[in-house]
Design a protein around this ligand. Sequence first.
Ligand code: FES
Ligand code: FE2
Length: 429
Amino acid sequence: MNVEESELLTRTGPGTPCGELMRRYWQPVALVEEIPPGGAPLPIRILSEDLVLFRDPEDRIGLLDLHCAHRGADLSYGRVEDGGLRCIYHGWLYDVQGRVLDMPGEPGGGTPECRAGIRQKAYPCTVRNGTVFAYMGPGEAPCFPSYEFLSAPVDHGFAIKLLHECNYLQANEGNIDLSHLTFLHYTRFNRGIGGEVGSRPLPTQKTVSGRSAAGSEEFDVELTGHGLRSYKLRRDLEEQQYHLYITQFVLPNCTTFPGTFRGWRGYGVNWHVPIDDTHHWKFTFEFRRDEPVDKEKIRNSRAGMTPDYRALINKENRYRQNRELMARESYTGIGKTTAGRYNFQVQDLWATEGQGPVQDRTGEHLMPSDRAVVAARKVLFNAIRDPEANRFRLVTLNEVIPDSKHWRERARELEGDVTFGAAPSSANP
Ligand code: FES
Ligand SMILES: [Fe+2]
């Protein structure tokens, strides 16, 4: 990637092409627990916009521009009362739709005409799986997607967020990259497939099959209507078996992973929402189909966090890397919690923050094992900038073809030929 391409995929502020793409999708912006009933308004920054999230006295959720339309004061210090949020500078009152209900400093609270002429920027919100989602794009909000992990009964779902001090794309690509699982997340104590707990060989060591985990991996990727499906196959097991790992990239900033409840029971999702171009929230969702989840247990299985969702193990303390653990049981020496388990989140945090605030992708050396990352970038490029990607060429034909020409070759010729009024260059005379 050159500098221009990298900027196109990583900049998400107002008016940027990728930012405009993201604003066409509902995005998670906060956890419901951050705005309890009767609680204070919450200042949040999303897609480089400063906003305030609040719950009005009737329990409706509003997301407004942080700065008051009157003279710019910070609304997150405001009073929640009288059907909305009131600025504490001169008392203007806003409802969740950004309408000015009252200007108490003006005669009669401001004329209806005057109040109607001013509208605080406001984005529609909805709540799913303990999370507030907002639509920050133009026009009517699109239908909310009926993802299972967001529409499951509330006690079957779990949601959390974690601050990442780096661009969203790094963590998004980290999820799409299935090659790293074998290395970054290796611990001796994970139950290796075909191996006993506690005996899992290092990714570069040979196993029963005579192959190492790392040396026996194959990757595949295919386009889907929502983005990409990625496959990883590992053949270091007994004969006639292989370990299959499937994940999804859902445009523009969301990926799935097997999660805590494997197989048919459920899966997890990481949704990387830019705060600005050098910070993002990783919202993680889990859901379970067969029974309610133990939310406390999942929360405790993660390494500690501050009340504002920053990892206690972070770059300030060098992710508490422990070289003794590295020698004995873990590939990285990073992420062992006080409960004695390893936490993948911290390992991913190290990997993605370590690439820099915005990774310099001009110096990469991409390999076949990175094919899913490359494919995801292409899908994202197309979604951002290629109107052609929205032009459908439905090749349909009834024609006699010489034996020397393959039918797929003929279809491809016609695919590019969409001039009107004259016979296309590839027309069969
Ligand atoms: S700045 Fe908010 S009411 Fe004046
Ligand atoms: Fe990871």
